[in-house]
Design a protein around this ligand. Structure first.
Ligand code: CMC
Length: 393
């Protein structure tokens, strides 16, 4: 038996070398391929960021045109995929449907299994990014009992997604440029975040040579939990539960109480011990969306604003460096846009797909790559002899 270092939750172990995303948690810095997240969110578009994450450089004009065209050409799902939905109850959690259907897609593209062929890998990346919005919109439509809406090639990535979610047979969704921009920004802000739990899951699943869609399905499953991607849903549910500003102190007290498992959702981060740089942009975007929709002073908003203020000043939160994270504001935006809370994590998964795929590709390209195989420190029974049941008393 070897001697291993115990590192529960991987707080001090780097699992890989990576050139994709840099985070300085103390300073609140997030860079993709060297570019600051706020510059990307404010000046770029999601597909441009996808290209950057996948290829390492921003595209030239013609590279971008080709990339965007190729994504657009792959947005349709195999019609057989629609059959999978019929097997789900209408009240299934959207993340349950997404986990299942992303995994099911691996059956339609068996050649993607050939990771030695760069063209197959490129196509798998394009297909996953292109089909995820179509799949996510179907998950939503199925859950509300409405017919599926197919993608339209003349729309942008974010516009197309909003239309597939919100158009009904009698009325095509009227796309607001402000909302489409906010959706695109939400996608950019969730595109990658180095070796978080779901990305590490995708790398670990992919390290065995599993099908890339199956590895991404593993990432979707991991993202679901409230400590990770599920926090945006949990945060909005919490704001509803608090309900009014006068109840905030009670919840703050619960968050501080070590006997109470309750945590303030949307606060704290494993890596950021400063303001989450994504949260800043998300906060500005939330204001733009609310202005556009003429929403102000709702009970949820009042609770959110007051909670943010109190938490930023409260000794417990200041001392533990628990700042609002990206999920604190994203829920407010998605709620205002009309998405039900159960869909929030699905939208996170859609946006994170490019990160998962880029990290998976980087791992496969790494000549030192081996199957991921953590070890353990065994604390169980020592060697002992088996006794037949008749002798066990
Ligand atoms: N409310 C109250 N106390 C908290 C919170 C919170 N939201 N977050 C951390 N703490 C306390 C925790 O009790 C612990 O206290 P002590 O040192 O006295 O035991 C201390 O702060 C450190 O917390 P931890 O659990 O050891 O930190 P972690 O790095 O393991 O957890 C976290 C990080 C994000 C899971 C945690 O902060 C949390 O549960 N936050 C709420 C859920 C959430 O918003 N998650 C979204 C993360 S951002 C999106 C993403 O990347 O997925």
């Amino acid at each position: 038996a070897g001697v291993f270092t115990l590192d529960p939750g991987f707080t001090s172990t780097a699992s890989c070398e990576s050139q994709i995303t840099f985070i300085d948690g103390e300073e609140g810095v997030l860079l993709h391929r060297g570019y600051p997240i706020d510059q990307l969110a404010e000046q770029s578009g999601y597909l441009e960021v996808c290209y950057l994450l996948l290829n390492g450089e921003l595209p030239t004009g013609s590279q971008f045109k080709n990339f965007a065209r190729e994504i657009t050409q792959h947005t349709l799902l195999h019609t057989q995929m629609d059959r999978f939905f019929d097997g789900f109850r209408r009240d299934s959690h959207p993340m349950a449907m997404l986990t299942g259907t992303v995994g099911a897609m691996s059956a339609f593209y068996p050649s993607s299994m050939d990771s030695a062929d760069p063209e197959e890998r490129r196509l798998a990346s394009i297909r996953l990014i292109a089909k995820m919005p179509t799949l996510a919109a179907r998950v939503y439509k199925y859950s509300i009992g409405q017919p599926f809406v197919n993608p339209r090639n003349d729309l942008s990535y974010a516009e197309n997604f909003l239309r597939m979610c919100f158009s009904v047979p009698a009325e095509d969704y009227k796309i607001s440029p402000t909302l489409a921009k906010a959706m695109d920004r939400f996608f950019i802000l969730h595109a990658d975040h180095e070796q978080n739990a779901s990305t590490s899951t995708v790398r670990l699943a992919g390290s065995s040579g599993a099908h890339p869609y199956a590895a991404v399905a593993a990432g979707v499953a991991c993202l679901w939990g409230p400590s990770h991607g599920g926090a945006n849903e949990a945060c909005l549910n919490m704001l509803h539960e608090i309900g009014s500003v006068d109840r905030i102190p009670e919840f703050i007290a619960r968050a501080k109480d070590k006997e109470d498992p309750f945590r303030l959702m949307g606060f704290g981060h494993r890596v950021y011990k400063n303001y989450d740089p994504r949260a800043k942009v998300m906060q500005e975007t939330a204001h733009e969306v609310l202005n556009e929709l003429g929403i102000k002073d709702t009970p949820i908003l009042k609770v959110a604003m007051e909670l943010e203020k109190i938490a930023l000043e409260d000794e417990y939160f200041v001392e533990k460096k628990l700042y609002p994270n990206v999920d604190f504001y994203s829920g407010i935006i998605l709620d205002a846009m009309g998405f039900p809370t159960e869909m929030f994590t699905v939208l996170f998964a859609l946006a994170r797909t490019v990160g998962w795929v880029s990290q998976l590709n980087e791992m496969i390209d790494d000549p030192t790559q081996r199957i991921g195989r953590p070890r353990q420190i065994y604390t169980g029974a020592p060697l002992r002899d088996f006794k037949p049941v008749s002798e066990r008393g």
